[in-house]
Design a protein around this ligand. Structure first.
Ligand code: GMT
Length: 383
């Protein structure tokens, strides 16, 4: 198939999933065309079946805000026509689903009915999407997509509860590529970052308020009071400075490393004993899944789709959002009992295998075929 993929090219989970999906499809022989404003962060290897089309902006002094959605829709039309794509798969509803709808309408005037699949990712529904500023457009463009997917049962239910949706939403979970995320020996890293055999706690995120990075620092502080340990904070974003200030106030800076944005996250996860995800909201929690694939148990909140991945008392522990006390107690219990930690490591790894890329890829391929077939049969609707 010839598949167009649009996503945010940044480090966020939706961009990661879209890019890894495209790479996986390309390995299986599909021609994958990324249509994005910058080369996606994880599009780091050459593959003859992958094409990248940049969305260009024509600037004009009148524009206080660049009309990105218009530029994107125009580029989609251009690529569908020139490359003869079979479908467009857009990740994150805002504004990709409405841009795709516009592209579809334009293409219908040229007698091309391009199937549009929208994958919802989380904040496009639970945070920004339901804001009245965007919700009418989000509702409309979900309903007018030919296919809609969500990575968890929870996000599917959230979407039905926040919006007036008449489309069936297919749950296709996020996934992990085990050829990249697997336990490896990184003793030299461990020696450098935890030279006295300290336990290693890891958090990775975009440091947005929804990730509750300050809770991570507070949890760590309580763990550190009982068990010699180090905290690795991977990523960057708006809450980083507050987290640094909190470390100084708590006096634990010597044991906390802010590592910034890192590409080889799997190498850092390889030295982790526990992963911390206290998020306010999380449709899935891809970062936790990636940790589990590297045999790292997860201490997390029980919000959104997280409990569909992190099984309380088995692959880690889940607690109410903001319950720093319980999360610290759970981390201490895990880190102070080697037998328990080993058991949880095994369980986490076993659970992560349910989300193996090789299992999830065929679900997308089947869904693509179903939607393409369905669109071929229908009488096109020009709005
Ligand atoms: O806001 C973010 O955390 C990034 C966001 C994104 O769109 O990149 O992540 C969302 O999508 C990921 C991939 O499906 C999910 O694993 C994350 O749980 C989800 N984030 C939230 O719901 C907050």
């Amino acid at each position: 198939m010839k598949i167009g993929i649009t996503c945010y090219p940044t480090y966020g989970g939706s961009g990661v999933i879209a890019t890894e999906l495209g790479k996986g499809l390309a390995r299986k022989g599909h021609k994958v065309h990324f249509i994005t404003y910058r080369e996606p962060a994880r599009l780091d290897t050459f593959d003859a079946n992958i094409y990248y089309h940049e969305v260009r902006f024509a600037d004009y002094p009148l524009f206080e805000y660049t009309p990105y959605e218009t530029a994107l829709a125009s580029r989609m039309v251009d690529i569908v026509l020139f490359e003869k794509l079979d479908l467009l798969h857009v990740h994150y509803a805002i504004p990709h689903a409405s841009a795709a709808f516009m592209a579809k309408q334009i293409l219908l005037t040229k007698n091309i009915n391009i199937p549009i699949i929208t994958t919802l990712h989380g904040t496009d529904i639970t945070l920004v999407g339901k804001d009245p500023t965007y919700s009418p457009v989000v509702t409309f463009s979900i309903n007018r997509s030919d296919g809609v997917t969500a990575p968890s049962q929870n996000l599917k239910e959230e979407t039905y509860s926040h919006f007036d949706i008449d489309k069936e939403i297919e749950v296709i979970p996020n996934f992990v590529d085990f050829s990249r995320f697997s336990k490896s020996n990184k003793d030299h890293f461990k020696k450098a970052l935890a030279p006295n055999g300290e336990k290693v706690l890891v958090h990775t995120s975009n440091f947005r308020p929804v990730k509750r990075v300050l809770d991570v620092v507070r949890i760590f502080d309580k763990v550190r009071a009982k068990i010699p340990s180090k905290l690795l904070l991977i990523g960057d974003g708006p809450e980083r400075q507050k987290a640094e200030i909190l470390c100084r106030e708590l006096g634990n800076c010597n044991d906390v490393r802010f590592l910034g944005k890192q590409d080889a996250i799997e190498e850092l996860l390889a030295i982790a004993d526990v992963f911390i995800m206290p998020s306010e909201s999380e449709s899935f929690g891809l970062a936790a899944l990636e940790a589990m694939a590297v045999q790292v148990p997860v201490i997390s909140s029980n919000t959104g789709g997280i409990p569909e991945i992190n099984i309380d008392g088995n692959t880690g522990f889940t607690s109410n959002v903001g319950d720093v006390e319980e999360m610290s107690k759970n981390a201490i219990a895990l880190l102070s009992d080697e037998e328990l930690l080993t058991k949880f490591r095994e369980n986490a790894f076993k659970q992560s295998q349910n989300f193996n890329l090789d299992k999830v890829l065929p679900l997308y391929e089947d869904y693509y075929s179903k939607i393409v077939e369905q669109v071929q049969k229908e009488v096109p609707l020009l709005s």
